[in-house]
Design a protein around this ligand. Structure first.
Ligand code: SF4
Length: 78
């Protein structure tokens, strides 16, 4: 994610177990809501190493980061 394409972050809140890992790793993009589950902080993101790391480290693979224009999955990529 080195360029500045707008990205959309989504969290499958049905899968999220509220570990808080993503919110600690990428607090500009992810935060825990009042229900204890993660949610995107903003509607579009410029992306960051931290966001990629958060998507890759989620223990239940609940986070997806996609190119806003094409819908292509940007993270996690294995
Ligand atoms: S890392 Fe995954 S399970 Fe943990 S709070 Fe974030 S989305 Fe939920």
């Amino acid at each position: 994610m080195s360029d500045a394409r707008p990205l959309v972050v989504t969290v499958d809140r049905g899968r999220c177990i509220g570990s808080g890992l993503c919110a600690r790793t990428a607090p500009t993009d992810l935060a825990l809501g009042p229900d204890g589950r993660a949610a995107p902080v903003r509607p579009a993101s410029a992306g960051s190493e931290e966001l990629t790391e958060a998507a890759e480290m989620c223990p239940v693979e609940a986070i997806s980061v996609r190119d806003a224009a094409t819908g292509d999955l940007v993270a996690p990529l294995w």
